[in-house]
Design a protein. Structure first.
Length: 685
């Protein structure tokens, strides 16, 4: 294999195959190239393909890597396990979960199922799900699992009681999952670790098989994922972690930057290789981004550089209001398009979703086509979730969330009163809901005629359960949906003809997805494995970067990681916004906010525009805004100052010349926003 096109540090990372290795891969430094070449080099050294495990965070990244490795090394590379963390965990559980007391065929609960179980557990604990958002409770449960603990209530007087609710709900939630023969996404990481701890023979089996481990985006790993890697790597130490602590921006999702900062503690005797040459951005953009990130005290020292000298100055734009800020961005976008820059080479990035509205309005005024990334996903559509609920119930009669969702979809005369009484009877008599439905005729107070309707529904499900067991899943689905006139009922409740067509099309797409799955799996295809694959794919696709065709991209900074554009607008460079003063009760994390700014800046290849408003509307009144502390770190010679309040005429005004001096002064006198902590505090990272 020819390694001459790799730079010296890339080559060193590829050739270092034995023992722990940390590859610090800065933004745009060619890390995917290193990982794929390293796998191919191992194969050339006669390491069996099945002995190599490479894990990453999204299906897209895993599929692209696999494609590149097979292209470079040929068919022998097909045996390499290249998957997401969750898909790997699912494979371990498929082989060994019964050892922990689960049925051999387990289901993976998707986010909708999880929320339904949390809501039910809250009701059982007499907690009002209107006062406490079940989704937020689930987030706390998830975070605790990922850190290897259970949700704990905070000391009296601290927190907002959500932590107490999560603590109360957690045991019931876990019990409900097990009762349904299901696991959630976090369990796909937590339970393999538990298996490795409790069953040394299982651990040895995986250690002996996977002798070379590689992890992409190591800075995004949580405690549970680190534990899996430690278990697998402790026998041979061949763990190669590729990542960049400067791009750790997901602590709210459980990512722990200290995993990468303390790599040697977890994998002793390791080597570090730094990839500092950037192949994406101009020198001006990189020097600006370096100046911002170097202020973080807790980081591994590195400085990105490039052969691409110079480049346009970074524009720092100050607008009198958020509307003016948005209009400026729209004007500049329109001008770039007029000069021939393709729309999909332009991105507008912001800290919070709420910032997109003024920009959307301004772009619409200019007739600019754009796409906001982060809208409703396909599998969140109501009719799609209803079809999936039929599948889930047919695959698993213990799935009570699915029973409750579709027992009267389409309407078949089984109303809320009936279900409330059957459910109450099931709880009182401690029997599963399916069993209670079978005995509906014996339950007092069930409305007249309802038991017959319930019996018809149960017979329908049982009949199709037998049909699905014989295979030909897509054909059987068409029969089922035809028999209950699912599409006709969905059309009937649509507010418009266009909406009715969208609903019908969405149902057709589910069947297409089922057909594609059957083609891939052949005789092995089953409804349960399809559902588990779907749950995994849908969850992992939430993390996947998107690139839009023929439209300007609008997205949050978190969504932009891994992407790049020629022209990037980074909006809202103000204290309390970037850096943010803390989301949804979270404590501020200045170090992570700085990393977020760095990620945003390094998305730009050629031109970077950073904007702010001097005033913003807050609760109906204009509030003065302080410029972001990150702006004062930018070297003056790299920046062009644009003040939309000033009328440009002649040489730069004193105000423009003294921008940096006055910014430093203003930040000094105002100090950081309340509770922002010092730049040097660890803030949990």
């Amino acid at each position: 294999m020819d390694l001459s096109h790799l730079n010296p540090p890339q080559r060193e990372a590829v050739l270092t195959t034995e023992g722990p290795l940390l590859v610090l891969a800065g933004a745009g430094s060619g890390k995917t190239r290193v990982i794929t070449h390293r796998i191919c080099h191992l194969l050339e050294k006669k390491v069996p393909a099945r002995a190599i495990l490479a894990v990453t965070f999204t299906n897209k990244a895993a599929a692209e890597m696999k494609e590149r490795v097979v292209h470079m090394a040929g068919q022998r590379a097909l045996g390499v396990t290249l998957s997401t963390f969750h898909a790997f965990g699912a494979e371990v559980l498929k082989a060994h979960l019964p050892k922990l007391g689960w049925p051999k065929k387990f289901a993976i609960a998707d986010t909708g199922d999880q929320i339904a179980l949390v809501r039910r557990a809250m009701r059982d604990r007499n907690v009002d799900d209107k006062a406490f958002d079940p989704r937020k409770v689930l987030t706390l449960i998830s975070r605790a699992k990922n850190s290897g603990s259970e949700p704990q209530p905070k000391p009296e007087g601290q927190g907002d009681d959500l932590d107490l609710v999560a603590h109360l709900v957690f045991p019931l939630y876990q019990l409900a999952l097990k009762a349904q023969g299901a696991v959630d996404f976090d369990d796909l990481i937590v339970y393999p670790s538990r298996l490795f701890e409790q069953f040394p023979k299982v651990k040895r089996e995986y250690q002996q098989r996977f002798r070379y481990l590689m992890v992409d985006e190591f800075q995004d790993t949580n405690r549970a994922q680190l534990e899996v890697l430690r278990h697998l790597g402790e026998a041979h130490g061949n763990v190669c972690a590729v990542g960049d602590d400067d791009q750790c921006i997901y602590s709210w999702r459980g990512a722990e930057v200290r995993n990468i900062l303390e790599f040697e503690r977890h994998f002793p005797g390791g080597k570090e290789v730094r990839l500092e040459q950037n192949y994406r951005s101009t020198a001006v953009i990189l020097d600006g981004a370096n100046a911002v990130i170097e202020q973080n005290p807790h980081r591994r020292a590195k400085r990105m550089w490039t052969d691409v000298k110079g480049g346009p100055l970074v524009k720092l734009v100050s607008a009198p209001s958020e509307e003016e800020e948005a209009r400026y961005v729209a004007r500049e976008v329109k001008e770039a398009l007029a000069h021939g820059l393709p729309a999909d080479e332009i991105a507008v990035l912001y800290r919070t979703n709420g910032q997109s509205r003024p920009v959307e309005e301004a772009l619409r005024e200019k007739d600019v086509r754009y796409e906001v990334i982060g809208g409703t996903e396909f599998f969140d559509r109501r009719e799609v979730r209803d079809v999936i609920a039929y599948f889930k119930l047919i695959a698993n009669p213990k799935d009570e969330s699915s029973i409750l969702r579709i027992i009267n979809v389409p309407a078949r005369g089984i109303g809320d009163v009936t279900m409330e009484r059957v459910t109450a009877w099931a709880v009182t008599n401690e029997v599963p809901l399916w069993k209670a439905l079978e005995q509906a005729a014996d339950i007092p107070e069930v409305p007249q005629g309802a038991p017959e309707k319930i019996a018809e529904f149960l017979a329908l499900v049982e009949r199709y359960r037998r049909a699905f067991n014989k295979g030909n899943l897509a054909h059987v689905t068409r029969e089922l949906l035809g028999e209950i006139d699912f599409v006709g009922a969905a059309r009937l409740h649509a507010p418009s003809a266009a909406s009715a067509d969208r609903k019908a099309k969405a149902v057709a797409q589910v069947i297409d997805s089922l057909e594609a799955y059957e083609r891939r799996e052949g005789p092995k295809a089953s409804l349960l494995t399809y559902l588990n694959r779907l749950a995994l794919d849908t969850k992992e696709e939430e993390d996947e970067p998107h690139h839009t065709q023929g439209r300007v991209t609008l997205m949050t900074l978190h969504g932009a990681k891994g992407l790049e554009w020629k022209l990037v607008f980074l909006m809202g460079l103000e204290e309390d916004l970037l850096p943010h003063s803390g989301m949804q009760g979270e404590a501020p994390n200045p170090e992570e906010e700085r990393r977020l700014c760095y990620v945003g800046m390094t998305r730009a290849r050629e031109r970077l525009v950073m904007t702010r408003a001097t005033q913003r509307l807050k609760r109906g009144r204009e509030v003065p805004r302080t410029p972001s502390r990150f702006l004062q770190d930018l070297p003056e010679e790299l920046c062009e100052i644009i003040d939309l309040d000033a009328i440009p005429q002649g040489p730069p005004t004193e105000k423009e010349q003294n921008f940096f001096a006055s910014l430093r002064e203003r930040l000094k006198t105002q100090g950081p926003p309340p509770g922002a902590g010092s730049e040097g505090s660890r803030n949990g990272s």
